[in-house]
Write a protein that binds this ligand. Sequence first.
Ligand code: NAD
Ligand code: UDP
Length: 312
Amino acid sequence: MKTALVAGGAGFIGSFLCELLLEKGYKVFAIDNLVTGKRENIEDLLKNRNFNWIEHDITAPLHMNVSCDEIYNLASPASPVDFEKMPDFILKTSAVGHLNLLNWAKIHSAKILLASTSEVYGDPLEHPQNESYYGNVNCVGIRGCYDEGKRFAEALSMAYKRRYGVNIRIARIFNTYGPRMRPEDGRVIPNFFTQSLNGQPLTIYGDGKQTRSLCYVTDLVQGLFSLMQSEIETPTNVGNPDEYTILDIGKNVSLACGVEFRTKSFPLPENDPKQRRPDISKAQRELEWQPKVSLREGLASTLEFFKRSQNK
Ligand code: NAD
Ligand code: UDP
């Protein structure tokens, strides 16, 4: 039986990844400090005897005497709202936290995958974004803590591969959505669902013509798993290339909720990327992976989750 350690395992994406790994027959250790994750995300998994839960902050060294084949590092707050609340902690998690996990991977000869982000491309001047693009990041802007933290973590992964031969993977994840996103998270999908279900207008930042490409969470975790099983030790985009304006995303959420599309304008946050779409030809070619869930299907499943959250 293979063993996987999932840092950030009680988070939105992390909990879906733990589920997938258990389905694939892994013994799973989920590590999380619950800064943005929730115990209820893994409540059902706790009944599975192959699932182990450890409350731990990865910025502290990890002392665990288990052998492990694969480490997935998903631990990091990821919402722009968090960038304002805890910028130093985000940087520390990407730097010290990832360093601790890399050291652990080195000692245990485990493969280690970093959940990096499309944010390493910043406000991109190339479109769509291919892995060869170096990006356009403002390191001292409000998003700098997250973008530079992930860029540093990528550089650290490459350093450990080159110097110590650690077996690394780098997934550049593009906007992902689905059930278990925190309603108060501040990202566009939780905001639009919460607002629609409460009869409020949708908050549109700027003119709403900026674009994002949304990947449903079950597609995303399949991509992460495939990347881990591959031999690819260079950054790889994982996301859905279907690109929408924020206004179009709002219209689709309103439609899914069966409410009128009404909006209220707010200023565009600093350094908010104007366009984002992954070039996933590398993942398609080398992982034989591509997303399957349409926006309509994904929004329908996500709606059920937000309805249940409202009734709690
Ligand atoms: P999330 O906030 O739901 O999950 C992150 C988890 O990490 C949380 O459970 C949190 O409590 C935990 N965590 C944070 N810092 C920690 C620390 N120091 N020690 C232990 N646990 C810690 O966010 P998510 O959307 O599921 O994102 C998961 C990962 O994927 C993040 O690394 C994020 O940067 C990356 N990512 C997500 C997206 C997206 O659209 N959701 C896009 C690009 C990259
Ligand atoms: N956005 C918006 N209204 C909201 C939340 C977000 O118009 O209530 C916009 C935001 O300005 C950005 C896009 O939606 O252009 C995606 O924002 P999110 O925070 O989800 O992710 P990110 O900016 O990190 O891609």
